[in-house]
Design a protein around this ligand. Sequence first.
Ligand code: ADP
Length: 560
Amino acid sequence: GSRPHGSTPLALPPKVTIEDFNSFIQSITEFLGADNVEVISTKEQIDDGTYMKPTYTHDPHHVMEQDYFLASAIAAPRNVADVQAIVKLANDLSFPLWPISIGRNSGYGGAAPRVRGSLVLNMGKNMNKILEVNVEGAYCLVEPGVTYKDMYDYLVEHNLQDKLWLDVPDLGGGSILGNTLERGVGYTPYGDHWMMHSGMEVILPTGELLRTGMGALPDPRRPETMGLKPEDQPWNKTAQLFPYGFGPYIDGIFTQSNLGIVTKLGMWLMPNPGGYQSYLVTIPREEDLKQAVDIIRPLRLTMALQNVPTIRHILLDAAVMAPKTAYSSKTEPLSGEELDEIAKKLNLGRWNFYGALYGPEPVRNALCGVIKDAFSAIPGARFFFPEDTPKDSVLRIRHKTMQGIPTYDELKWIDWLPNGAHLFFSPIAKVAGEDAMLQYAVTKKRCNEAGLDFIGTFTIGMREMHHIVCIVFNKKDPEQKKKAHWLIKTLIDDCAANGWGEYRTHLAVMDQIMGTYNWNKSIFLKFNEVIKNAVDPNGIIAPGKSGIWPRQYNKDEWVL
Ligand code: ADP
């Protein structure tokens, strides 16, 4: 429930007095209404919640102390003008704001701010409209609170599925806008979400409203003369069709960054391909990963593999089906023999390749033949369709995911351990057998040193793989939390030593990862700091996001 203003927050941002905090919250409450403002003033408000009932106060998958990354308050603006008013007040106090859309961001920090005491801006609560679904142009325009599930339901309710599909990540509860800003991935041919966006509307730290790409070109009907505010004006008719516009392409600087608050996003939807078939190839031996990845590279490059397929480690699938205790009484990491036993029991391989075919039957059959033929070079590889597998198989879940139907089943692997929580470690790898084997060996060794099972998946982009290592830990076991934190920090350094960097990360290691992107005296970070200080002179938007700190903060004091 909401707290009256005047209650004392558990956390205050640096250099903000309680008096300033109270008057700031009071002003915000006056225009947002008490229902849209909550001060975090008691420990009872810090509840990990569940995926279905997410928390906005802190990271429910806390690898540090539960309240380490804690908001002072949460505010939910109703519209662009509200955000502009909050931004104005924040500028007066250099008050840090942490914008989120849905705030699930599971494994990367949830809704929690990097700077303790920040005001979490819950953009999704009230600003959750699907503004347009355009069938002819195959795109949508959404506000922050529109989830994948919402968009799917919209297509179903409007009988549009025969025309348009969407791309969804592993879990359907995230926002289209937040996931795209984090450069998240899905598993259809449109799996690279950032690649598929077109046009953004952003509130700058000054409060000014910006539209990018073709959105910078005004509507010739001059809607301002009709009394429409900029945010309510129609977009240029090509804004969701051509993402680049004219001049410097600035969209990218609003991703994984802290330069603005995004209020609208255009996204391409996938035309219904006219046919679909998912499949699984089981790959028997651990070392077969090498050959499998080398088989995949040319197939993916030529788009014989049409979507973002995945090679999943046996334990990821095993964990979706049941907790560790269902397979073993051991608490230590499982051995190779034990993994083989689990694979046998589940009728899976040590690695399992999930892909799909899109298009009319003759197209699918032709591609299926090519793919089957290529994988048959691996001795013992087996090919399955969903109907060949048990009712609760992972293939039956992926069957939905790879056609853009949101699911929640993948949540279950978090319960591999009791009080299961997780962190994602996500380095990028070449689509090359040798690289995959080396990256797997490096990460597996460290997982085992930390006393944890290796659980992971390679998601295959056009020319690289996002290797997603799922670090599952018991969040009620302080020793194990320390080990999980040690593990991710060690992996970042190990991977950097091999020339591998991460595509996205949790709050706790943003600075460390930015530190590894240090080519030529860290010019990349320095350039980002120049932009940050120019665009956000009072350092109000998400200080510390991705390791980028405004000049008001001494970043040496924030090292974790
Ligand atoms: P999800 O919708 O997947 O739960 P979040 O809402 O938690 O994702 O957003 C993930 C991250 O993206 C946030 O931590 C924040 O850095 C950024 N973000 C999300 N929404 C916005 C927004 N409207 N403006 C600016 N940044 C945002």
